[in-house]
Ligand binder design. Sequence first.
Ligand code: SAM
Length: 257
Amino acid sequence: DRVATPPDPPTVMPAFFISSADIRGTTLTLTGDLCHHLRASLRVKPGEILRVTDEQRQRYQVRVSAVAPQALSAEILDSKPGPVDAAPVVLLAQALLKGDHMDWVVQKASELGVRRILPLISRHGVVRPQPDRVAAQVTRWQRIATEAAQQSEQWQPPVVSDPMESRHFFSGHHATRALLFAERQNTVGLAQVALPTLSSETLALIVGPEGGWAEEELGQALEGDCLAVSLGEHILRADTAAVTALSIVQSRLGRLG
Ligand code: SAM
């Protein structure tokens, strides 16, 4: 007897990021990677309804009218502006992590609404970027970030920067407030730290590698006006620390919970 396979659960299509330049009148025309992804991977057909978001946080509902190898066109049915985001911009400076842990942090941080991800090269980090592979690595993280942001219906994709030395970040960040997460230090807890309040301000969260920060880096961070902050008495893995810090901050800023 054949066992009946259960039907696939309904999948909700991500809200894809587009450029407002793709819109002419009431017609959206997509080319390049997104066209290829919709046609070849998601097998989108004429008549299907999609949601797309442009860089001005305008979200459109469109009906696909034609799908060809080089271009997909759709008619705009409806358009709504995204809500005004009154909270500060949050960025994550994350020391490079081993294996797929960095990919995981990039994905989760993007779901949690981070606007920029800066991979840091740190003293105790075991991963050093190979010059000939950096560009491909950043492109890959950017793709992971964009997909995660689309899936979680963010209003804009985060930007992933090229890896930089931690000391350069500490001395050159322009964040309104930069919080350096450091365990085993006599530091203030994240819940007690005053956060910036204006949308024109930036909050940087800085998380170390598996091996933690070197003493020298802690000194450079303090000199660079970063505040050492604790997540509590337990030592979290770096990827857990990043996601925990972001969840607490986004909740305090009203974006989560
Ligand atoms: N090897 C270090 C040790 O044993 O002390 C632990 C480093 S921890 C696995 C990796 C990173 O996560 C740290 O550099 C820090 O940024 C963050 N982290 C983990 N637990 C934390 C905590 N309780 N408070 C603040 N930051 C924490």
